[in-house]
Design a protein around this ligand. Structure first.
Ligand SMILES: [Mg+2]
Length: 328
């Protein structure tokens, strides 16, 4: 007996919306070769990219891989892990993005349905099933996945908004201070040095007063970009206040921190800023504080010392780096 019926005539034409269905990978976990090849060819015809696993263990390997399909059709009865067991494992792993599971089975008892859904299946189809029904159920799954993706994108956008400064794109004050605390604790645990830079643009008020706040914003944006480009991959910068910035340098001793600060200062000051009618030359002063063996309680001291060193740099003529001299 051929267990799957063809859809009624006229339903096979694809609308523009369905073109988006194209090439979405779908895992088919099915041990029966007849079902395997039918599902494979139907899904390919509908524009999905089918990936077939012949037993539960192979399916589990695929589901655990980094590029695992987000839509899965799992046969209930298979060698290795069965479909219900796979549902349980997928849900226990709580991975993101979500995997939408359609369970396939010859069992018709409502108790079975309950067991399958409770194990974490999203939908359930009994064999032999109608092809058209399978198609619309896959589409429903796809809709759920699209919604979830949108939700994740929104959540990520909110996270970025909450942790970053909108003008410069650097971390905001709360986040850079939190990060300084965490990095100080980590360096204390790992017995590594840590340094902190506090940078301030020289006579910045003059830029705002002479050329307007839009030009001032342009300088801050461009200076932040230059600063970020000059940093090492594991250094982190954030906006501390108006035109004051913090840079956390984990693992840096005093000497390296000074070199880094010099590089940063040069990167910011080297070229004029093209944000007003005439090119503006803006320089920055940087204060450096550091600990060979930091402790978690020293965050406030590090900030205070970097601030004092910054004032020293201003005092000594600006556009320069000064280091706070520690007695310990
Ligand atoms: Mg089977």
């Amino acid at each position: 007996m051929f267990p799957i019926q063809d859809p009624p005539a006229g339903t096979a034409d694809r609308g523009a919306g369905e073109q988006a269905e194209r090439r979405m990978p779908v895992l088919i976990a099915e041990d029966n070769p007849v079902f395997q090849s039918m599902l494979r060819s139907m899904l390919a015809k509908w524009g999905y990219a089918p990936l077939v696993a012949r037993d539960g263990n192979e399916a589990w390997r695929i589901l655990q891989s980094a590029e695992a399909p987000r839509l899965a059709i799992l046969d209930w009865m298979m060698p290795g892990a069965n479909g219900v067991e796979l549902c349980r494992r997928v849900r226990a792993a709580r991975r993101e993005p979500y995997v939408y599971i359609l369970l396939l089975t010859a069992r018709k008892d409502s108790q079975d349905l309950v067991e399958g859904m409770e194990a974490g299946a999203d939908d359930y189809l009994t064999k032999p099933f109608n092809t058209h029904e399978l198609r619309v159920r896959l589409r429903a799954g796809r809709r759920i996945l699209d919604l979830q993706e949108e939700l994740l994108r929104t959540r990520e956008a909110l996270r970025v908004q909450a942790t970053h400064d909108d003008l410069t794109g650097l971390l905001n004050r709360v986040t850079i201070l939190e990060l300084l605390q965490n990095e100080t604790e980590r360096c204390a645990r790992e017995r590594k040095p840590l340094a902190l830079l506090m940078a301030d643009f020289d006579r910045f008020k003059l830029v705002n007063d002479t050329h307007g706040h839009l030009a001032g914003d342009g300088v801050l944006r461009e200076a932040s970009r230059r600063m970020k480009a000059a940093l090492r991959r594991y250094d982190v910068s954030g906006r501390y206040g108006g035109e004051e910035f913090l840079v956390v340098l984990p693992g840096c001793d005093c000497r390296t921190a000074r070199t880094q600060a010099e590089r940063l200062r040069a990167a910011v000051s080297a070229d004029p800023f093209l944000v007003a009618a005439e090119p503006l030359r803006v320089t920055c002063s940087i204060g450096v504080s550091w600990r060979v063996n930091p402790t978690a309680a020293q965050v406030d001291d590090l900030i205070r010392e970097a601030d004092l060193a910054l004032y020293m740099a201003k005092d000594h003529g600006r556009d320069r780096v000064e280091t706070y001299d520690q007695q310990d």
